[in-house]
Ligand binder design. Structure first.
Ligand code: RIB
Ligand code: CA
Length: 313
């Protein structure tokens, strides 16, 4: 089967970085057409720089990296340095990238790419706030029906919020953008905190990264060592939840995940629950299902896949 053509839309972030590495290490299954950066964990100048750092770390300096939106559609940007550090990739020392940033705006690249490929052959993989995707849909509504699928990290139901009591970060930062995407009619697969909180970098798993004896293994171990302290303090969890790599692992081994096709609405007006993903998990409404909302993960299988692929880089 031909590798799946994807655009990774991202706000690196240590977990975004691992997701990008996993995608670039899996050419049999995934053809990364481009990487589009968005403001999120840290401001855009850093997310576009970090995306290039990670592509170079993967040994893929020819990857096309674009800068996109530097602020949400209508709200002020909220960032997450308290989780990811000032640079967004805190943990190890990282040299500045030498590979170029593409001149084209990420939104125009997304539009041009979807228009340039056969309908239903390009998958969008948002790993941060949905600002770039929603802006592209607003600017060029004709591309919406051309999207094969959106596989995104965001939201929560049983796990509720990680940035507010009710909302997950990616959706909270730009709830208006999330509403546009969830209302678009594009087939959506959601990796919410309900599943990503099961992808924890335990000591044994971090040691397995370090035992690779490669620069990639050392970087991933150092990133997770830094990134885990937020979740360990907040949830008492055993390690860092590898949120974004769940999106890429799904493209490679969907059988690692289990979920339900349900209706998911986005709260955009209540200040109390702004950005909440109201998933009708128990189907108590007659609202039409619009997303495959994941809840279960074979965590050992996920980390076995991750270790196998990262060892290739
Ligand atoms: O809530 C977790 C999500 O927010 C992840 O994508 C992480 O990288 C941050 O963007
Ligand atoms: Ca992210």
């Amino acid at each position: 089967m031909a590798p799946r053509k994807i655009i990774i839309d991202t706000d690196p972030g240590q977990d975004d970085a691992v997701a990008i590495l996993l995608a670039l290490a899996s050419p049999e299954e995934i053809n990364v057409l481009g990487v589009t950066a968005v403001a999120g964990n840290v401001p855009l100048p850093l997310t576009q720089k970090n995306a290039r750092i990670v592509c170079e770390l993967a040994g893929k300096p020819d990857t096309l990296v674009f800068a996109g939106c530097d602020a949400p559609l209508v709200r002020k940007l909220v960032t997450a340095e308290h989780v990811h550090g000032k640079t967004g990739l805190d943990g190890p020392q990282m040299a500045d990238p030498t590979m170029p940033l593409q001149d084209q705006h990420a939104v125009d690249y997304i539009i041009e790419t979807l228009r340039g490929h056969d309908a239903g052959t390009v998958t969008l993989c948002p790993l941060g706030p949905l600002t770039n995707i929603a802006t592209a849909f607003n600017k060029a509504p004709d591309i919406i029906e051309k999207v094969q699928e959106i596989v995104l990290m965001g939201g929560a139901y049983f796990q509720v919020g990680n940035i507010t009591p009710a909302a997950e970060f990616n959706i909270y930062v730009d709830p208006e953008a999330a509403k546009i995407v969830f209302d678009s009619g594009v087939p959506i697969v959601v990796m919410p905190l309900d599943v990503t909180h099961k992808a924890l970098t335990t000591r044994a798993r971090v040691n397995a990264f370090r035992a690779m004896g490669t620069k990639v293994g050392d970087m991933v171990a150092a990133w997770t060592n830094f990134f885990e302290r937020f979740d360990k303090e907040k949830y008492g969890s055993e390690g860092a939840p590898l949120h974004d790599p769940c999106v890429i692992a799904y493209l490679i081994q969907p059988e690692l995940f289990i979920g339900r096709h349900v209706n998911v609405e986005i709260e955009t007006s209540s200040e109390l629950t702004l950005g909440m993903t109201v998933a009708d998990w128990w189907r108590v409404t007659d609202r039409a299902p619009n997303a495959m909302f994941m809840g279960g993960l074979d965590a050992n299988g996920f980390f076995a896949l991750l270790a196998d692929r990262l060892a290739r880089l």
